[in-house]
Design a protein around this ligand. Structure first.
Ligand SMILES: Nc1ncnc2c1ncn2[C@@H]1O[C@H](COP(=O)(O)OP(=O)(O)O[C@H]2O[C@H](CO)[C@@H](O)[C@H](O)[C@H]2O)[C@@H](O)[C@H]1O
Length: 487
């Protein structure tokens, strides 16, 4: 049995701002099936301390990076959690990273250094009887984990650093370095130093034994200047230890046959029942309940996600008789652009800017097309949910979107393998063209139905990718024949 400690700043179902939570929440169960025991170290935000019950205090710190803290072992949401209950760092309103008025907490460096430091303490025996062999760090918020291991006393502990999004790097001034509890030589190119300051993600990418990211295409893209965000050189240098492992989804939580968030459940052979969800969706977004092709979006509203391209295409979309429902929040300018479109096209365009997990399921279960026009996309989960729910994904051809959707070009349609629509490059002309193609296909109900069914039957589970992670852990630990015994 391999013991892994996963370190994540959000985990579904306790606390979620995006895809990282979904992955951190779903992967442990998939790995358990392969004989890998995963516990997840997570900060004790109010939603987390309030969401666990019957926890056990397994360690206490009088002064952890400047305040008192406890480590609590608990089970919640089907997960084995280790909660870092440090109220002076985490007992705050807002989301994990920002205050309610949208500003990053100024002590984020301390909050997430403390999290990473505790991960290392756990690996070197903080709690009697518990010795994780692999520390799996997710994103910059766990980026110091590999540095604490590299500069710590034990070379037994192995580290994996997973990039969910290279755009968030966690860079801070050099002045914090002396408070990180690292030896002075860690402030170097081989350690945490990054352009004269401290780089949390950079340090993870430098110090981890293995680096993974969440799709093969993104793994290749980030080694190029166009997508590397300044870290392409580092990643290219260690390319033999950088792997792309495609995300899966939790196919139990996301199952149109049983989903309680839907107005009507259905399967691949009863897609006609989706109409009830479409009507519920139209009502929820203030759209005319009409037999019009309905495009849906569930997304952070940011430049990364190409939402400005969507804003530029709304009028053309409506002019072709389609409707648009957008669930998401983010940059003010983009929210305003979509609101203005909704005003221009009452009953045709609707936007809901709150975070609403239930409604996100209804979008997948009721929209005809789900759009993901991202400029870059490490993996993307919404197109996977779309496939599972028989909504046709319309995506830009980047990152994981490239790896998970098969474009309905003439050859793919003829071969009977198409599952969605891809466009490139990510600009408004290509998106407008893709919308036209989607509408052409929508008007061919037989082809459409076949694409829906094919998507619903495609494998979007964690099975294959959990096996890849299991191999990575086993190889790190020198257990080469692990898969033969457990596969
Ligand atoms: N207003 C709202 N209400 C309800 N739900 C909402 C919502 N806005 C967004 N969501 C949900 O948040 C999640 C977003 O996940 P994505 O993977 O699509 O992107 P994200 O950029 O957050 O993740 C990053 O990490 C993941 C995980 O590795 C990568 O897939 C991705 O490419 C990378 O950018 C989905 O579950 C979506 O349904």
């Amino acid at each position: 049995m391999i013991e892994v400690l996963s370190v994540a700043s959000e985990v579904y179902p306790l606390i979620k701002t995006g895809g990282l939570a979904d992955v951190a929440g779903a992967l442990p169960a998939a790995l358990a099936e392969r004989g890998i025991s995963v516990r997840t170290l997570i900060p004790g935000y109010p939603a987390v301390t309030g969401g666990i019950s019957g926890g056990r205090v397994v360690a206490e710190f009088g002064a952890l990076f400047g305040g008192e803290a406890r480590v609590i072992a608990a089970r919640a949401g089907g997960l084995d959690l280790i909660v870092l209950d440090a109220p002076y760092l985490f007992d705050r309103p807002g989301n994990p990273y920002m205050s309610p008025d949208g500003w990053d907490w100024p002590d984020n460096w301390r909050r997430f250094a403390a999290l990473s430091w505790v991960a290392h303490e756990l690996a070197v025996g903080l709690v009697e009887g518990y010795r994780p062999q692999v520390l799996h760090a997710h994103d910059w918020t766990a980026g110091l984990v590999p540095a604490y291991v590299k500069y710590g006393p034990s070379d037994r502990i192995k580290t994996v650093m997973t990039i969910h999004n290279l755009a968030f790097q966690g860079t801070f001034g050099a002045d914090i370095f002396t408070q990180l509890r690292l030896p002075s030589h860690a402030f170097s190119m081989e350690g945490v130093e990054y352009y004269g300051g401290v780089g949390y993600l950079k340090s993870g990418l430098e110090c981890a034994d293995i680096v993974t990211t969440v799709s093969p295409t993104y793994a290749a893209e980030i080694r190029t200047p166009a997508f590397g965000m300044g870290l392409d050189g580092l990643l290219e240098n260690r390319s033999e230890t950088v792997f792309g492992v495609l995300n899966g989804i939790d196919v139990t939580a996301w199952d149109p046959a049983t989903d309680a968030s839907l107005a009507q459940t259905y399967t691949a052979s009863t897609t006609h029942k989706r109409i009830a969800n479409k009507m519920a969706l139209q009502e929820a977004f203030g759209l005319e309940v009409a037999n019009a092709p309905l495009f849906g979006v569930v997304s952070r509203l940011t430049w990364q996600k190409g939402i400005d391209l969507l804003v530029a295409c709304v009028d053309a979309l409506v002019a072709q008789g389609a409707q648009l429902a957008v669930l998401g929040s983010g940059e003010t300018e983009l929210e305003n652009g979509l609101r203005a479109a909704a005003m221009r096209h009452p009953g045709k365009v609707g936007i809901v800017t709150r975070y609403d997990e239930r409604l996100s399921h209804l979008v997948q279960g009721g929209a005809d097309v789900v759009m993901v026009p991202s400029r870059f996309e490490p993996c993307g989960l919404t197109q996977l949910y779309a496939l599972r729910y028989g909504a046709i994904p319309l995506v830009s051809r980047v990152g994981g979107l490239n790896d998970t959707v098969i474009d309905a070009n003439v050859a793919a349609l003829y071969a009977g393998v198409a599952t969605g629509i891809q466009f490139a490059p990510p600009d408004e002309h290509a998106l407008a063209d893709a919308i036209r193609r989607a509408l052409d296909l929508y008007r061919q109900p037989e082809s459409w139905k076949k694409m829906q069914r094919r998507g619903m039957k495609s494998d979007v589970s964690w099975e294959t990718s959990a096996a890849r992670y299991a191999d990575i852990y086993a190889n790190l630990l020198g257990l080469k024949d692990y898969d033969d015994q457990n596969g």
